[in-house]
Design a protein around this ligand. Structure first.
Ligand SMILES: *[C@@H]1O[C@H](CO)[C@@H](O)[C@H](O)[C@H]1NC(C)=O
Ligand SMILES: *[C@@H]1O[C@H](CO)[C@@H](O)[C@H](O)[C@H]1NC(C)=O
Ligand SMILES: *[C@@H]1O[C@H](CO)[C@@H](O)[C@H](O)[C@H]1NC(C)=O
Ligand SMILES: *[C@@H]1O[C@H](CO)[C@@H](O)[C@H](O)[C@H]1NC(C)=O
Ligand SMILES: *[C@@H]1O[C@H](CO)[C@@H](O)[C@H](O)[C@H]1NC(C)=O
Ligand SMILES: *[C@@H]1O[C@H](CO)[C@@H](O)[C@H](O)[C@H]1NC(C)=O
Ligand SMILES: *[C@@H]1O[C@H](CO)[C@@H](O)[C@H](O)[C@H]1NC(C)=O
Ligand SMILES: *[C@@H]1O[C@H](CO)[C@@H](O)[C@H](O)[C@H]1NC(C)=O
Length: 544
């Protein structure tokens, strides 16, 4: 990655590229975890995929007359026997093509959707969400108009699945002319998704129980909320206390300097953070030397620098503690030169020692400073489409909570900054003045929702758990997961939900598992969901 960057450096003015790079870097970090499923691409097995692409013709506007577009999906009917269920795996806010790997229960990994198809003799489908990948009613870029964006709503995209379910057919393997038509009236449709698709799984069971018979909602933040300061608070809670203490202290110091410091103090701190950010492991300053440093320092805004200080948590929602533990070890031992103290460096010595060590930690855990800025046009379009969704409907602004005295996030990353970013990213009037979260929460119940035939799974330290039915945030209902399988068409006691929280686990880890690194959560979830389906499926009444 770095080598391709080098090639680019030779062609483009270094300074211009750097400013661009840091802008998109900042965006990316701001968006971190908001392109919620993108990480799971990395977990995908590297298998040959030769599943033919299918296209469904869908109305652009289900409640109007705007013509149609082509929506992608894929299926595998290897295990299908007449009357078997449909298992739909929803990919959500990203290009779904890589997830066709889930349609092959191959030799190196298992996916939930194919295991279920095998056990119940069903057909497995991988579904791409409108406005992502190649399921595009309109081209998605910075010139997409308000008129074009307006059909990118939660309700339109849910209705896509319902419309599709009423029309899906696939050829009979032994006949040129006959085809199977697994209508929802005669066939149980079972919806599986993690993260945003997990939200859709739960919503659809509430919205269209006559079409979606059962759902598995993994890591689903079903409570739409503008203020999601809980996201980084969840990460802070998971850190070792000494590391958290120092992170809190460095954050406070940063905010103090940028609020009340002299110009010189501000410049000095900026310069140190920029130097740390563009220095690699082992004190490799080759990139820094290529920059016009320190002249370049003034080009950085306080928000860029605030984001750099959060770098070590960049992949926390996917990989949890191990990567940030490496950073904490460097910080707490001052790069291996001292023993770690349980109270941390600020309490033991002073903020100077802590900040020095913190910045060494940034450099030493910073192998791909520029590499992360190299995203493709498709990925850019996907993240813009997701930004449209949270700016209009979900909120999920991961800003700092001004009342949290253990914040590891600068107060400069305020909710207002997120809101402004939403307004700047889209044409005038395309997104509302603030996300309409109440509409979704009123309709679906948020974290109070209590649908029948839905299985909820979460990771204990997943920041998205804070807005799920398993949330223990101050304002949450604090429901308890229950493994008792609810009877058919019966909701659990509302103080509980049917599902499980996996200790120490992060985001949507239970939907597939490689043989090389077996994921216990996958096997547990699959077994539980199968027990539930064994209970529920016999209650399906064919209406034909
Ligand atoms: C369908 O699944 C079976 C079993 O995992 C696999 O052998 C086959 O290659 C898959 N077909 C496609 C088109 O992926
Ligand atoms: C969209 O992006 C392109 C390429 O980055 C740029 O040239 C163009 O000016 C942008 N258009 C708008 C409306 O921002
Ligand atoms: C800036 O200084 C004022 C006045 O001393 C103080 O009240 C405030 O807390 C300081 N702000 C920060 C972020 O330290
Ligand atoms: C941190 O320690 C590593 C390994 O001993 C060393 O290579 C590196 O130069 C040190 N970094 C700094 C900034 O001291
Ligand atoms: C230092 O980083 C550059 C990329 O910025 C890389 O090309 C080079 O190999 C690194 N040097 C060492 C000694 O690792
Ligand atoms: C202190 O830091 C070290 C190094 O990161 C860590 O191993 C240890 O668990 C921490 N102790 C406490 C009490 O946080
Ligand atoms: C911070 O602590 C270190 C280590 O004890 C000491 O050398 C240094 O003088 C202290 N700095 C300040 C500003 O107190
Ligand atoms: C932080 O807030 C908690 C609860 O609001 C309070 O108990 C604690 O004393 C505060 N700590 C500091 C250092 O202000």
């Amino acid at each position: 990655m770095l080598s391709s960057l080098k090639a680019a450096l030779a062609l483009v003015c270094l300074f211009a590229l750097t400013v661009d790079a840091l802008r998109s870097r900042r965006m990316e970090n701001f968006m971190k975890g908001r392109g919620q499923t993108s990480h799971r691409k990395r977990d995908l097995p590297n298998v040959k995929r030769d599943v033919p692409t299918q296209w469904a013709t869908l109305p652009i506007d289900h409640w109007g007359n705007e013509g149609t577009f082509q929506n992608r999906y894929w299926y595998n009917a290897t295990y299908y026997q007449q009357g078997g269920p449909v298992f739909l795996y929803d990919v959500g806010e990203t290009n779904a093509e890589p997830f066709t790997a889930f349609l092959d229960d191959g030799e190196s990994f298992h996916s939930a959707v194919m295991r279920l198809a095998k056990r119940y003799h069903g057909v497995a489908i991988v579904w791409e969400h409108r406005y992502y990948g190649e399921s595009l009613p309109f081209p998605i870029n910075n010139e997409t108009t308000k008129e074009q964006w307006q059909f990118h709503t939660v309700e339109q995209a849910l209705e896509d699945v319902i419309y599709f379910a009423q029309r899906f057919s696939f050829p009979h393997p032994d006949s040129r002319t006959a085809s199977y038509r697994p209508y929802p009236s005669t066939t149980p449709w079972i919806f599986i998704g993690g993260s945003y698709p997990g939200i859709r799984a739960a919503f659809l069971r509430i919205r269209n129980p006559e079409t979606i018979f059962a759902s598995w909602a993994s890591s689903a933040p079903v409570e739409a909320q503008i203020d999601m300061s809980s996201y980084w608070q969840a990460a802070e809670r998971a850190l070792p206390r000494n590391c958290s203490n120092d992170w809190v202290a460095v954050t406070k110091y940063f905010d103090e300097v940028f609020t009340n410091g002299s110009d010189q103090e501000i410049f000095d701190l900026k310069a140190r953070i920029v130097a740390a950010e563009f220095t690699g492991p082992g004190g490799n300053t080759s990139l820094l030397k290529e920059l016009d440093y320190p002249q370049v320092v003034d080009q950085f805004e306080v928000l860029d620098l605030a984001v750099y200080l959060m770098d070590p948590l960049g992949d926390f929602q996917d990989n949890g503690l191990p990567p940030v533990q490496t950073f904490c070890n460097i910080l707490e031992t001052v790069n291996g030169t001292r023993p770690a103290y349980s109270e941390g460096l600020t309490a033991r010595f002073n903020i100077t020692v802590a900040l020095d060590a913190f910045l060494i930690g940034i450099s030493e855990t910073n192998p791909e400073t520029f590499a992360t800025t190299q995203s493709s046009d498709v990925e850019d379009a996907d993240s813009l489409a997701w930004e449209y969704e949270f700016c209009s409907e979900f909120g999920f602004f991961m800003g700092a909570n001004p009342h949290n005295n253990r914040s590891i996030q600068s107060q400069f990353e305020s909710l207002a900054v997120f809101q402004q970013q939403c307004l700047d990213a889209f044409p005038e009037g395309a997104v509302p003045p603030e996300p309409r979260v109440q509409v979704l929460d009123d309709k679906y119940g948020g974290w109070f929702m209590n649908p029948t035939h839905v299985f909820f799974t979460n990771g204990e330290i997943d920041p998205w758990r804070t807005l799920s039915v398993a949330s223990f945030e101050e304002n949450a209902p604090k429901r308890i997961g229950s493994l008792n399988i609810p009877a058919c068409y019966t909701a659990p006691d509302p103080s509980s939900y049917f599902g499980i929280v996996y200790p120490g686990k992060t985001h949507a880890k239970d939907l597939a598992s490689s043989f090389a690194e077996p994921e216990e959560a996958f096997y547990t979830s699959l077994a539980l969901f199968q027990m539930a389906l064994d209970e529920w499926l016999p209650c399906f009444l064919s209406k034909d």
